[in-house]
Design a protein around this ligand. Sequence first.
Ligand SMILES: [Cu+2]
Length: 147
Amino acid sequence: MKMFKGLFCSVVVAALMLPSISWAEEFQINAEARIFNPDILYAKPGDTISFVNMASHDSVSVAGFIPEGAQPWESGIGNNLSIKVEVEGTYLYVCVPHLGFGMVGIIVVGEAKDIDDVMTRAQAKLEGPYRRLIGKILKVQQAAKAQ
Ligand SMILES: [Cu+2]
């Protein structure tokens, strides 16, 4: 019995230590008036990101501007939404009702290795208010170069 107790304690201790190595984080992106805060979020594969305070807002991933194999999302207006990001790369999203105000954001999962390609495609393909994303892509690009 004593041995089992010792073994049990070892397992508990090991279980408590493991998450400190690979613990997935949870982030919140708060919808505030006409912006997402933060508008640029850095996360890791496996992390969860929640869009909160979404009354009158939505969060919609931009088609063609999330990594290949990643799940697109669309919260619907007024709905909070949690997504789990698994695929490394750059994700662009917008709030459709407030797109004209520049209510757009970027999630970078892992390293922003694809950011130059994203910028090239964004300049070629994004139209109208979607071009508000280009300034934010530029910030991620500059941060990646500064490293
Ligand atoms: Cu909005």
